[in-house]
Design a protein around this ligand. Structure first.
Ligand SMILES: [Mg+2]
Length: 188
């Protein structure tokens, strides 16, 4: 079974980076309510966000849930599981992404990190994933359209994907999603 994971706002917490963009713009932090940042933030915030998304800052973001590396490591260790991390970061630096994953305690290798150009739903279709976890409304909609098995991570911080809640299976965080999909059994 092949399982694929998005990174940002699924495994890694992007809030420190987003807050830094507001700090640099001299503004108070506001939640991202739309995927189209030009519509919700002014140019200064957008410019800072885009700059930080393309900087090393991105590769220092912490995990959302300290338990997740252990949960993922158990999946990675299973001989019947093929775990891949599929991201679309601006810099396309899978080596740096690998270091971020490993620094977080996730025991993966470079061949498990996929960061390439193109539509993510197409990439996932080509990878023949059996289950993909993502928060991006664009990716989720693309997966629905192309019949790629998709589970959405949707919570109070991801207002930008709430409009898809009636179209797709969703859970508030990865730990819950993995439990509900039978991929993780809590030990206590
Ligand atoms: Mg994401």
């Amino acid at each position: 079974m092949r399982i694929t994971f998005d990174l940002d706002d699924v495994i890694f917490n992007m809030k420190p980076l987003n807050m830094e963009a507001f700090r640099r713009a001299g503004q108070s932090y506001r939640k991202q309510t739309s995927w189209d940042i030009d519509k919700i933030y002014d140019k200064s915030v957008c410019d800072n966000l885009i700059y930080l998304w393309s900087s090393d800052f991105l590769y220092s973001m912490p995990v959302l849930d300290l338990e997740i590396p252990h949960v993922l490591n158990k999946l990675i260790a299973r001989p019947d599981m093929d775990v891949l991390f599929v991201t679309q970061r601006r810099l396309k630096q899978p080596q740096k992404t690998l270091e971020q994953l490993r620094n977080a305690g996730i025991n993966c290798h470079l061949n498990q990190v996929i960061d390439q150009d193109g539509e993510k739903a197409d990439i996932l279709q080509e990878l023949k994933t059996d289950m993909h976890f993502d928060d991006s409304p664009h990716v989720v909609a693309g997966c629905i359209e192309k019949s790629v098995p998709i589970v959405m991570i949707s919570n109070n911080a991801t207002c930008y994907n709430h409009h898809l809640r009636n179209k797709v299976e969703y859970y508030p965080n990865l730990r819950t999603a993995l439990m509900k999909k039978g991929l993780w059994v809590p030990t206590k």
